[in-house]
Write a protein that binds this ligand. Sequence first.
Ligand SMILES: NC(=O)c1ccc[n+]([C@@H]2O[C@H](COP(=O)([O-])OP(=O)(O)OC[C@H]3O[C@@H](n4cnc5c(N)ncnc54)[C@H](OP(=O)(O)O)[C@@H]3O)[C@@H](O)[C@H]2O)c1
Length: 328
Amino acid sequence: MADLPGEIRAFVAEKGDDGVDRGLRTVSAAELGDGDVVVRVDCSSVNYKDALATIPKGQVARISPLIPGIDLAGTVVEGPGEGSEVLAHGYDLGVAHHGGYAEYARVPGDWVVPLPEGMSTKQAMAIGTAGFTAALAVARLEQRGLQPGDGPVLVTGATGGVGSTAVSILAARGYEVVASTGKDAREYLEGLGASEILGREDVAGDGKPLGKQRWAAAVDSVGGATLAALLPQIRYGGAVAATGLTAGVKVETTVMPFILRSVALRGIVSVETPMEERAEVWRRLADDLRPPQLDDAIAREITLDELEPALDAILQGGLTGRTVVRVG
Ligand SMILES: NC(=O)c1ccc[n+]([C@@H]2O[C@H](COP(=O)([O-])OP(=O)(O)OC[C@H]3O[C@@H](n4cnc5c(N)ncnc54)[C@H](OP(=O)(O)O)[C@@H]3O)[C@@H](O)[C@H]2O)c1
């Protein structure tokens, strides 16, 4: 059993009358919440959902005060597996249970995944929830038959966390990847392996129920009108893996792509991924789904002190790639 420090540094979001008060505080070990495993957190990361958990209209935080951070990686210092390196993400972490933006996290043992062999805690958080989601999307598309050589695969929101890792994973597996972005990011996206870069307006389509069949598949982190525009552009038998909502939650579409082109819309949920599949995807993220650029191009590192501006930036679509938060 570890002796935890009397004061634990944490980034806390607390609802008040005038909004959400956010910032660094010290908390006690007793305030870390329930769980049979205590993890000394090395790294967490910045995800869109983390930012939503710290704003009044985010509709993500279910407790207050909350230590956000929907993913973390570190070393078990108390409980089963003591001394081993683990990662955790999803479930209630960082939304209804204190998350990764603290030097220690206490979590239920069945939330933790052993850190895959050959992966550091920093690399695990360079992937993080966003990269896991991208890998799950690729795995699900391939489960229904997608393979390199089928034609171009479109990634929307391509410079974001999900988008960047999706581009990188797909390109490394030999797919022809077309990246759609609202940023001036040709060099970055080509560095990840994209063969063509398009603006958001280039994938907006013409509004007709069936359009030119452009994409063998798509990984969409944007949702809203973008997702609606993609479905009529998917080739016969292809699929869209829908992962996100940065452009909105409302998707207006018709049945035509589904009943005339056998197009599939595959929802991707990282939060509730059953543990067996979760551990298998992480094992593959250290192996055949590993994004090659983990150490440099995709991920920058910040500290807890630098978190607040990063949370604001991701809400504006202003971050490129992944942001690892060095906690310990
Ligand atoms: N289903 C799941 O389990 C799961 C897991 C992780 C994330 N998500 C969701 O996936 C989305 C992406 O998460 P993330 O952490 O990767 O966020 P992120 O890093 O901010 O990436 C989102 C990207 O979307 C694009 N974008 C932002 N605002 C837009 C707008 N108004 N219209 C069109 N494109 C816009 C931007 O890319 P460009 O500038 O390159 O266009 C931005 O970088 C979020 O909605 C998140 O909640 C879901």
